[in-house]
Write a protein of this length. Sequence first.
Length: 73
Amino acid sequence: MLFRNLGVPELILILVIAILIFGPGRIGKIGSELGKGIRGFKEGVASDEDDEDEAAEGEAKEAESSDETEVEA
C-alpha cells in the first residue's frame, strides 16, 4: 500500500501543517465540501448503474416483444 508506513506522528504533523496553511475555520469547510463531493460522486455512480440496469431490462423486453411478433406472423 502507498501509506503503509504512515503512523500517528506523521498524521499529526500533516494536520498541523494543514492548519498552518488553511487555518482552523477553513479546514472544516474543506472537509464539508470534500464530503459533499464524495457523496455526489457515489450518487452519480449509483444512478449510472441504475440506468444501465434499466437499459438492459428495456432491451430484454424489446427482444421478447420481437419474438412474440415473429411467432404471430
